[in-house]
Design a protein around this ligand. Structure first.
Ligand code: SAM
Length: 209
């Protein structure tokens, strides 16, 4: 394993990342394949990096923390809003059965597809468009993950979750959000606040800013 990646994984473990499937995915899906060439040296540093179009590949800790809280299983069908570079998509795909990922910026979804081709993963479908309304066609999902800041909980996404499904999404204002974990249990919705984070804004009439 690349020495810098080994150091990053040790750092993530010290920050509380302990899910074996997530740690294995981080080892097997190199972040350096998903960052622009001129930033490859920084690929294993624990901070976000610019990927163009005013967007970022998230900080490794943030991505690992979100995936750990999704409690991914091998047979999960997942919906992701905000593909970005495709790195979190590929990490998720390494663990789950199938992931549908929606990206609003066509150039980014094209690059994400090219990045993902460099892995051997075949269980990913990238869709270009507005993901804020979810993707009814393949619903319901076991897990839904939103990688951009929402002004309110996107209830439409909860409606596309299976019973016992989990939605992770950052909700707040433009400058800071609380990362929420929402568990759908029959007619009961449980919400857990996982702490403060800063995400790029979701582009959405209803759930954006
Ligand atoms: N986790 C990603 C990665 O590993 O590279 C980074 C995601 S980036 C922080 C958030 C992404 O959400 C951006 O690429 C942005 O264009 C996208 N986005 C924002 N609003 C969206 C929407 N309504 N539908 C789909 N994607 C959206």
């Amino acid at each position: 394993m690349d020495f810098k990646l080994k150091l990053l994984i040790e750092e993530l473990k010290s920050q509380g990342i302990e899910d074996k499937l997530v740690l294995k995915a981080l080892e097997e899906i190199p972040r350096k394949l998903f960052v622009p060439k001129n930033l490859r040296e920084e690929a294993y540093e624990n901070h976000p990096l610019h990927i163009g179009h005013n967007q970022t590949i998230s900080q490794p800790y943030t991505t690992a923390f979100m995936l750990q809280n999704l409690k991914l299983n091998n047979n999960d069908i997942v919906l992701e809003i905000g593909t970005g570079s495709g790195w979190s998509t590929a990490l998720t795909a390494y663990i789950c059965e199938k992931i549908y990922s929606i990206e609003t910026i066509p150039e980014l979804s094209k690059t994400a597809k090219e990045n993902i081709k460099k892995t051997k993963l075949k269980n990913i479908k990238i869709i270009t468009g507005d993901g804020s309304k979810g993707l009814k066609k393949y619903s319901p999902y076991d897990k839904i993950i939103v990688n951009a800041a929402c002004s309110q909980v996107p209830n439409i996404l909860i409606s596309q979750l299976k019973n016992n499904g989990i939605l992770i999404c950052p909700v707040g204002n433009l400058y800071e959000q609380s990362l929420l974990k929402i568990v759908k249990e029959k007619n009961n919705i449980k919400t857990y606040n996982l702490g403060g984070f800063i995400f790029v804004p979701l582009v959405s009439e209803e759930y954006g800013f």
